[in-house]
Design a protein around this ligand. Sequence first.
Ligand code: NAP
Length: 256
Amino acid sequence: MSAAAAAAARTVALVTGHSRGLGAALAESLLRRGVAVVGLARHGNDALAAAFPAQLRQVVLDLADVEAVTQWAAGPALSESLAGAERALLLNNAGVVQPIGPAGSLPPEAVARAVAVNVTAPLLLTEGFLAATAAAGCRDRRVMHISSGAARSAYAGWSVYCATKAALDHHARAVAADSLPGLRLCSMAPGVIDTDMQGEIRATPAERFPLLDRFRDLKAGGGLMAPEACAERLVEHLLGAAFGAVPVADLRTLAD
Ligand code: NAP
């Protein structure tokens, strides 16, 4: 093992939604750098497990299940998964774009589910992560929320998605104001990425989403980023010296 890989082996990353899309690419980028990854999702990632059997641990967790997330984040499971880490990372990546449609027409269960996955789970995991890393005396701890441009611009049909992502941005600002030792955090908008989520968006009936054509045109015109390319830039930034200089950022406008 190279010196860089040995150093990275003392880095542990918790990655939510590592089973596919951006989260799978984030986990892979970290694993390739020698970082130990704990992936949390409802499904496993067989390809990553086969490629990195000693480095990847998978936890089956439904992030919409507030009680289960509370138990995992506040109990010994989270702190044990960070044991021995000199540098600890939390990537709150998992998210849902549903329900899409005009306010007043949204299924209540889908609203509650989106808030649980997009906001409650990241906040609970951040709490558990901060408490565990403080107790372990970890001096380099980094949290990246995967936000969205929808946190900062209002889009018709996306009231719940916009609100949940804006909550992550403001959470990051307020935690930054706590000036916790050794903590860097950033709520990061990644740009538009070619994942299942974009497929779901393009499959929405036009009457429920006025911006449908914009997203169909982006796909048709090759305007979507590959998840691997996006993840590579996000991880490079996460591990770099500039990470956390501002609590809210956009990958598209980051200075390299
Ligand atoms: P995706 O392809 O739909 O993948 C979503 C991931 O989240 C999956 O790994 C999924 O795992 C996990 N997830 C969803 N619900 C979950 C639940 N109840 N419990 C546990 N895990 C759950 O989405 P993506 O495009 O990769 O999005 C990743 C992040 O980027 C999201 O936060 C999204 O809002 C953000 N983002 C995406 C875009 C884009 O253009 N794609 C743009 C801006 C921001 P399981 O199904 O295995 O549970």
